[in-house]
Structure formats: C-alpha cells, structure tokens
Design a protein around this ligand. Sequence first.
Ligand code: ARG
Length: 575
Amino acid sequence: MKDFKQIIAEEIVKVTDIEKGKILENLEVPKDPSNGDYAFPCFLLAKELKKAPAMIANDLQVKILENLKTNNENTEIANVIAINGFLNFKLNKQKIAEEVIKKFDEQKENFGSQKQENPKNIVIDYSAPNIAKPFHIGHLRSTVIGGALYNIYKYLGYNTVGINHLGDYGTQFGKLIEGYKRWGTEYDIDENPIDQLTKIYIRINNLCKEDENVLNACRDNFKKLEDGDSYCVEIWHKFIDLSLKEFNKVYEILGSKFDSWNGESFYSDKMHEVIELLEKSGKLEESEGAKVVNLEEKDIPPCLIIKSNGSTTYATRDLAAILFRARTYDFDKALYVTSYEQALHFKQVFETAKYLGLDEKYTKGLKHVPFGMVLSKEGKMSTREGKIIKLENLLNEAISKSKAIIEEKNPSLENKEEVAKKVGVGAVIFNDLSNSRIKDEIFDWDTMLNFNGETGPYVQYICVRAKSVLEKAGYIPETTTVDSSKLNDEDSKKIISILYTFNQTLQNVTEKEEPSILARYLINLAEQFSSFYNNCHILCEDKQLQDARLYLTYMVKVVLEKGLNLLGIQVPDKM
Ligand code: ARG
C-alpha cells in the first residue's frame, strides 16, 4: 500500500534539516482524529532552531503548503495545520480509499498481512503450566497473550515458534513419587488427577516437615528419577500423561496450538553444559554450599545455579533452554510470557546468560513479557472455600452464561451450543486482552459478557451484523465497480482511515508485545461501523452507492473477523 507516512516525511524533509528516518519515527497519529491523520511534534526542532514549537509549526505549515501548491505533487496531502506546536497533516480521503480498496483486492481475506524476504525468527514461550498442579488463571493469561502474539507475528510473515515450556521437572517430583508410593491406592488419580495429586503433595510435604527420613527418601527419589530408575520414571510419566490430558481439555476449548512441548525435563541432560560454561567464565561462585552467579554489579540478587543439596534449579533449566533455542531456532527475539511476579527470575537468567559465551545477538533478543494479576471484583480469584478455580469449569461457565443470554435474545437461533462456545470463550479471551497487559485485570462476568460494552461479544456482534448485510445483499461487488468517491460521508471516511492502519496496528502490537493495541483497534472499528450502519443506508436505490457501501461493509467484516481470529477468537455466522 502506498505509504502516506513516507509522503508526509518527504515534505517535512524539504523544509527542515532532520533525516527522514527520524521524522518517520516521530510521526504520530493524533489522539483527536479531527485534528488530522498524522502529526509531527515540532518541539524536536525547538532546541536547534531556538524557537518555540508553536512558532516552528506555524513556519513549517506555510512552507509546506507553499511547496504543495507550486509542485503540485503529493496530492495525497489535503491540508497541513499547525496546532499547539504540532504540525497536523490531513490526508486526501479519496486517495486513501482508493489505496485501501486496491490493497484489499490484492490481499482479500489476508488484508493486513505481510510477506518478508528475510524474516526474523521469533520464539515465544507461553502457557507453561506445571505438571500435577492446577492450570490456573495466570496460565490462562499467558496462554491467551502468548497465543495472540504468536498469531500476529506469523501473520506479519515472521518465522514463529511457539513453545510450551511445561513445568515437568524439579525436586517436587521426588516428593510426589514418595507420596504416591505410600498412598497411591487411596487416591483416584485417573479420575481427577490434578486434585488428587495436589492432595498427595500437601500430605507428603507435611510429613517431610515432621520426619527427616521421609524428606531424604524424597530426595533419593528425585536422584533416582534423574538417573533413569525405571519405577520412578514410570510414575513420573504417569503424572505427566494424566496432567496433560487435563490441560488439553483447556487447550481444546481455547484452540491453543504449540510447535514444541519441550518442558523443563527436556533440559535435564543439557544443564551440565551450562555449569561448565559458567565455570569457564569464572563467574560461578560457592556460596553456603550452593553455586551461584554473582550479579551484584547489576544490583540484583545472585542467580542460583546449583542448590546446596546438589540439585539444579528452574533458572539452570532456563539457561539450558536459552542455549538450545539459540542453536535450534537461531532466534532474533525470544519472548517469555509470564506474570510480573517472575520479573526478577528473568532478570537474573538474562544477565547470567551473558556468561554462556553466546553471540550478543541472542542475549539482546531475550525479552520478558510480563502481565498483571487477575482479580475478581471482591479481590483475589478463588472460590469460597479458598480453592483455586479450575479453568475448564470457568470456561464452561462462560459458555453456559452466553447460552442463557443467546436463549433470551435470539431464541430461534440454530446451533446455539456452538455459538455460545464462540461467544463465551471469546468473551473471556477478549477481556484478557483488551487492557494493557501489565495492568491487573478484573474478572467480572457482567462486564465481559455485556453485548454493548467494550467486549468480545460486542465486536463479534457487529461483525455478525456486517455478515448479515452481505448475506441480505447476496453479493460482494467486484472492485472494478466500486467508486470510492461515493464513500464521502463522515462515517465512511473514518472507517477507511481505520482500515488503512490495520497493518500498522499489527506492527505496533509486535513492537510493544501488546495485543491490547489490536483489541482496542477492533472496538474502535466496530463502533465506527455501528455508526455507519445507523446513519447510512447500505442497501439502497443508487446501485453505485450500494456497491461502494457494500464493499466497505465487506472490508470491515474481513478485518473484524481476522482481527478477532488473531486474538484467538472465533466469530459465529449468526448470534
Ligand atoms: N511453569 C512456569 C510457571 O508456572 C512458567 C514457565 C515460563 N517459562 C520459562 N521458560 N520459565 O510459573
């Protein structure tokens, strides 16, 4: 698509000494769209020119308007206005409409996507629940945020690898094995694996506190597991299989996919290299019987590599994973999507990784993508008995609540079950993604299922409305019959501007690892379409007007549906 930002930058270059790259970097979209499509902040020039930004903006406005008039090129720029030290550019809406329609004709259902010549490699580590422990609401956030980033990077043409770094290793398995050995027959772990294993874990942990011998037996089990003892390995596998069966129910509902399921245990035979490399770097220090990497210089606590009892740690496995991922995927970026509670862990690991002798490319590409807590209206998310809510139940509750709403709003709808699934799950996902990820999220059914709020069901509903207009018309016009000059009402113009920035919006998501940028974009587009739908007759007497408006409707439908899909949400045909 013609890049209007480039065109604006060219005009600014003509009248200033700033490089084009810097101008492009600083061109922004004004908060109030009635001010213009792009704005250039003139305070950037204030120091050099020794003038107030407002004066600079006024001067530049005169010069650029003069140039546009005399050269008669770049007719894409309709006007330039100086406002409060900003140079605001209004684009020629008709030209944008032509560009958007042309691009749409080329890309159709893949509008906004990109193909890259030399795509960068992006590794995304997300979801990663722990074996024998509940798949909790924090893992849901990781799954949903990571999944959205994965889809968006892929759509933009990157080589993308999604990894589920399962928590399937560590000394706690020595304890679980001991508990299972002692009381396995008392618990029905096939029926309700996570609940039952959690109970066994609590019980054995208590016993360990009372009896040193039991604790030693647990340690011994973990040692045996590491050495490949067949009994211990067998029970451990059983824990993994049963837990995955339960986790997969959640993944099934969400539609989550991963390219790799290499969890922590995958690195059990790869940690010795980490230790050797750190020894070699001279950074591994003894500390009270343990081995640590001192990170005092960076003002962070030491990174524990080997505990005093000789076992490796969560951090050691993450370091081994960095080595493996650098070699296997040659990553340009490696993202880790977890709650902000792990910020220190990743700081320590990323600093320590600098001593593994890896190319700087890799250590620079490591990035923690933290997110906030999930809170209920009353505070922490838990049931009345203080037990952690089971995700599968939570998602099923979302589905049944949606079903009740649909039942009331549209009793004659077919496939209510299927629609309720898309709406209920979509509501939960959208709620998770619609605010900036670092903010704590409020989990409230009424808010997220409100068909008129800034919610998943609202965007789905507007998309379904666009679908039904197209269905009623019975055709999608050929672009050759679409006269974009017909789209000259305010609503259509606004929609065109929004569609024009779809690709840029997706790029912004990947720059900040922030799917909420896309979620907000979709709300904005849906609201704008709703206004268009109310103010303009789409199906009308004037065939040319109808074709133009129908094509606009088609584009909106594609972008809303694609945008939701990228967030991991499906759209029903009717609702
Ligand atoms: N299993 C961890 C947890 O539940 C998350 C793992 C995140 N990924 C990583 N490479 N450390 O908190």
